[in-house]
Design a protein around this ligand. Structure first.
Ligand SMILES: Cc1cc2nc3c(=O)[nH]c(=O)nc-3n(C[C@H](O)[C@H](O)[C@H](O)COP(=O)(O)OP(=O)(O)OC[C@H]3O[C@@H](n4cnc5c(N)ncnc54)[C@H](O)[C@@H]3O)c2cc1C
Length: 498
């Protein structure tokens, strides 16, 4: 507990030392990474540093939920281990922050005390077997009985299944006629209480993120009213504030991960000799490393923006365009960085224990969970096109020049985006447009970071890369295609008879 009193920069350095010690001296991350769960001693030493204290308010003994500090912890962890960073992300963004903001005094006092003194953990349950992307149709329900609530249903794919001490469970109120209400209620379930045990029906064989258990959870629990979160307006509003703040924190998990990919790529390509020359002298290799470096700069800019903007005091429910842009784009960048590094490392990159191969597998689901990227890109475009219609301005460049999230950089993309768009178009086009918008919103973050002193050569390279990406996406957007998959394709389609 003593380290919590240190100034944050000192605390962070000492936390990084602990990570180095547990991952490379006390244990060997390359060996344990393919086994399920963190080795007990590794987790014990990490948690002894109380890393989750950054997500706990000062009045309960924590470091005060300062967004910059939360992001810095995620960043430090993901340089060494993406699963560890995701474990922190789950606890901080999906549990501690919403409990701190919307929990009753009674619940907060007891929960934060157990996090600070017993290294407890908490996760979030939204997804159900039949309702994932369509989460608002969830069937888990709650019924009030005096001062308690009965919550019943089935959830699956929860990070920390069978391991967390607390769960934030989402449900819909059962109405008198048996229907379920539209709004969502949140309950904190304490699995240490006899009436609040959650039965894990099955553990899943997840492809990566081995230290984190996933599975199917049967919920049939009685929860006191004081453990129901109290929304400011509706539960849906609470949910959007929670999910958006979490999406604003994805760059924290991306940051250390992408920096690691970059460091490994530069180190490898400087030392690997091919045809008598270091790989890094090849133009295509430089191009590939530039892509990772540009991802590093974009992700840094997102972190700087989130640190300044996305604090718990703010209601982020209206900030869907920015939150979705960050989540979708940074997770695409994480996957790209791991793929590029694996290629640059050649055959050795394909060893299961290599940091790049692990990186591909571990970062892959980030594009699926907390809103699949295709859905988020579609939503970005839909929201922007509504604004354009309202302003009666369908010229993209002209709109971006006046839009608060893009106005600083719109001109740099002038010739690329100077065209008129139609609000109604096939979804594949909306996805292209969502991607274009997310890249330009990110360029704006990069520009803003430069004004605060970030080095200019990285910014210039990054903006150039973003323009290249936008040019390719605009070309895809303008290519007219409505081809449909041929579902019944078996007849006359064998090469053998041709
Ligand atoms: C590693 C991992 C960790 C997770 N952690 C948690 C957790 O801690 N808590 C929790 O509650 N859940 C968690 N999930 C569940 C996750 O949030 C869901 O898997 C996700 O929301 C997608 O739901 P689904 O799997 O039912 O897919 P579906 O809803 O069936 O969607 C499948 C695919 O269809 C496409 N699709 C769906 N809707 C659209 C759309 N509108 N536009 C375009 N394409 C679309 C997308 O490609 C999508 O990936 C986790 C999942 C994974 C893999």
């Amino acid at each position: 507990m003593d380290t919590e009193l240190l100034p944050f920069s000192q605390y962070l350095e000492s936390f990084k030392e602990t990570l180095k010690s547990v991952f490379y001296q006390r244990d060997n991350i390359e060996q344990f990474i393919q086994k399920r769960g963190f080795p007990a001693l590794v987790l014990r030493d990490i948690m002894a540093k109380n890393p989750l204290s950054v997500g706990i308010p000062k009045e309960y003994g924590g470091r005060g939920v300062i967004m910059r500090e939360c992001l810095a912890m995620l960043d430090a962890a993901s340089y060494e281990s993406l699963p560890l960073s995701l474990t922190f992300g789950i606890n901080i963004a999906l549990f501690l922050e919403p409990v701190g903001k919307y929990g009753s005094e009674e619940a907060r006092k007891s929960i934060f005390n157990r996090f600070m003194t017993q290294q407890n953990m908490g996760g979030l349950m939204i997804t159900e077997p039949d309702f994932g992307s369509d989460a608002l149709s969830m069937q888990t329900y709650c019924e009030q009985d005096g001062t308690n609530y009965h919550v019943k249903g089935t959830k699956h794919w929860q990070g920390l299944t069978g391991m967390a001490d607390y769960w934030l469970i989402t449900s819909r109120k059962k109405l008198d006629n048996g229907d379920l209400a539209r709004d969502i209620d949140f309950f904190v379930c304490d699995v240490q209480q006899s009436q609040q045990r959650i039965i894990v029906e099955e553990y899943y064989n997840n492809l990566g993120l081995f230290p984190i258990p996933y599975g199917k959870n049967k919920i049939d629990v009685i929860i006191p009213q004081s453990y129901k979160l109290i929304p400011e307006s509706s539960g849906l509003n609470l949910m959007m504030d929670l999910l958006h703040r979490s999406r604003y924190q994805f760059p924290g998990m991306g940051m250390g991960f992408i920096r690691r990919m970059l460091d490994e790529a530069i180190a490898h390509c400087k030392s690997r000799m091919v045809s008598g020359k270091p790989l890094i002298q090849l133009d295509q290799v430089q191009h590939q490393i530039n892509k990772i470096q540009s991802a590093f700069t974009v992700c840094s800019a997102m972190c700087a923006r989130s640190a300044a903007y996305a604090g718990v005091e703010k209601n982020l429910s209206p900030d869907a365009i920015e939150a979705n842009s960050m989540k979708a784009y940074v997770t695409d960048l994480m996957q790209m960085a791991a793929q590029v590094l694996t290629q640059l490392k050649g055959a050795n990159g394909y060893k299961a224990e290599s940091v790049s191969a692990r990186g591909i597998i571990d970062s892959r689901p980030f594009r699926i969970f907390e809103g699949s990227n295709d859905m988020l890109y579609t939503q970005i475009f839909e929201m922007v096109s509504k604004l354009m219609v309202r302003q009666k301005n369908m010229n993209l460049l002209s709109f971006l020049k006046g839009f608060k999230l893009t106005q600083q950089v719109a001109e740099r993309f002038d010739s690329l985006v100077d065209f008129v768009i139609t609000p109604k178009m096939p979804q594949r086009k909306s996805v292209d447009m969502g991607k274009i918008l997310s890249r330009i919103v990110s360029a704006n973050h990069v520009f803003m970071m430069e004004t605060k002193g970030f080095r200019q050569d990285l910014v210039a390279n990054c903006i150039e890369n973003l323009k290249h990406e936008v040019a390719m996406l605009v070309s895809s957007y303008q290519f007219t295609s409505a081809i449909q998959p041929v579902e019944d394709y078996k007849e006359s389609s064998s090469w053998f008879h041709c």
